[in-house]
Design a protein around this ligand. Sequence first.
Ligand code: CAA
Length: 241
Amino acid sequence: MTRTAIVTGGSRGIGAAISVALRDAGYKVAANYAGNDEAAARFKDETGIPVYKWSVADYDACVAGIAQVEADLGPVDVVVNNAGITRDAMFHKMTPQQWREVIDTNLNGVFNMTHPLWSGMRDRKFGRVITISSINGQKGQAGQANYSAAKAGDLGITKALAQEGARAGITVNAICPGYIATEMVKAIDEKVLNERIIPQIPVGRLGEPEEIARIVVFLASDEAGFITGSTISANGGQFFV
Ligand code: CAA
């Protein structure tokens, strides 16, 4: 049986590595993206993975986008809530808009994607909800009150849904990556990254997107059926819960 997966933010960064890893593991994969048409077209050309454009911050757009994916590929068994943005600023400079944009995508996006899929997963008695949270949702990060709050919220919804989904064969787990070599992290001021952040990572390097993708493939598998409500950290030893 070939299972179907949606990866949000699935055409760039960690999401692109997850889309490819799931495809290589035998899944039919739909890579959702919100804005960067050029990167999405390149990703589709390079991988053959179909891309679908909508914003996870918009519930109705998620409902419509999921319906399209299901019409094309079949019922969705696995959702990887990976889409995320940063609007970093020290709190005294953070605008309400910076707060809202991050909460809308990084936290509300998890509701908006998981809620429309939940009933189908319950009916079919199988589902995998895998949400990419962050080390900064675990430990908090100066300059990221919005992002830290959203990512901590992702851990809360994961633990609540794990309890609701367990008897219906749905597992719900979160992964907390540390600092991974993607455009998001490379956008941090070089001095801040090299002088403040990398020295705090015991393994002495940024993580690779594939190091997160391998965890997703494991959590999506039948073999991971007893793991639910968990938070798996992959941060090079930077923070222990
Ligand atoms: N703790 C306490 N105070 C800090 C601090 C910290 N970690 N970092 C900075 N400050 C202080 C500074 O010392 C400075 O204080 P003074 O004015 O008294 O000297 C003040 O805050 C302002 O610092 P900056 O000059 O850095 O302020 P800025 O406005 O130029 O930049 C910022 C602010 C954009 C938030 C910048 O500090 C920054 O980029 N920080 C990194 C934030 C970060 O880690 N983002 C992660 C992005 S990647 C990601 O999110 C993926 C993931 O999941 C891990």
